[in-house]
Design a protein around this ligand. Structure first.
Ligand code: ATP
Ligand code: MG
Length: 208
């Protein structure tokens, strides 16, 4: 089997984790017996430690550049320790968020600039990009209200609604810039319908 890298993107509460579980089952049926699922920021011991700093709700004064570099650091460790070796040995990797999250959250919503953020991340990721990126498009308000029914909100989730609206719009803009890689799905649809659209796209692009 050839290595396969898929990332799942979208605002908080858009259904990324839900869809990753379903996609994993599909890939298993297609013969990928080892499927690596990683989450960002996190996915390794060191990256999870960095996650603890990034999402700590007591660190409200964190500088945006510090935030962007911490995300890139967590990602560098994840790529080096998990993603690159997995792809080299022909495994399938599904990442719950990847570099596009930084482009949208830090580049657009925080205003650091998309190109600046991609540049810093190209260095951190050794230039590795997903084969397919699924963008779950959801109005910010809908995602946040889905989340509020769950656990306590972290530092990023506590941002104002206007921030989350910038994120939702940022993803739409990003998808327009890279339509061959980033596939947008209306995430207000049912879980099953979204899964069907993801499977269609992944099968087509990867010729499964
Ligand atoms: N298509 C859908 N329609 C309605 N509810 C959904 C749908 N998909 C997921 N949900 C529900 O919305 C909530 C958030 O879903 P999920 O955790 O998969 O989102 P997420 O994008 O991973 O969120 P986070 O950004 O917090 O990781 C869950 O309670 C889930 O059951
Ligand atoms: Mg999730």
């Amino acid at each position: 089997m050839k290595g396969l890298f898929i990332s799942m993107e979208g605002p908080d509460g858009s259904g990324k984790t839900t869809q990753i579980e379903l996609l994993k089952e599909f890939l298993k049926e297609k013969g990928y017996d080892e499927i690596i699922i990683t989450r960002e920021p996190g996915g390794t011991v060191i990256s999870e430690a960095i996650r603890g700093i990034i999402l700590n709700k007591d660190y409200a004064e964190m500088n945006y550049m510090t935030e962007a570099l911490l995300y890139a650091s967590a990602r560098a460790q994840l790529v080096g320790e998990v993603i690159k070796p997995a792809l080299e040995s022909g495994k399938a990797v599904i990442s719950d968020r990847f570099v596009d999250s930084s482009a949208v959250y830090q580049g657009m919503a925080r205003g650091l600039g998309v190109e600046n953020v991609y540049k810093m991340n190209e260095y951190a990721t050794l230039g590795i990009l997903p084969d397919v990126t699924i963008h779950l498009d959801l109005p910010a308000q809908v995602g946040i209200s889905r989340k509020k029914e769950q656990a306590e909100l972290d530092r990023m989730e506590r941002e104002a609604l206007s921030f989350h609206e910038k994120v939702a719009e940022g993803y739409r803009e990003l998808a327009k810039r890279a339509p061959e890689r980033i596939y947008t799905i209306d995430a207000t649809q049912s879980i099953d319908e979204i899964h069907r659209l993801i499977v269609d796209r992944v099968s087509k692009v990867l010729e499964l």
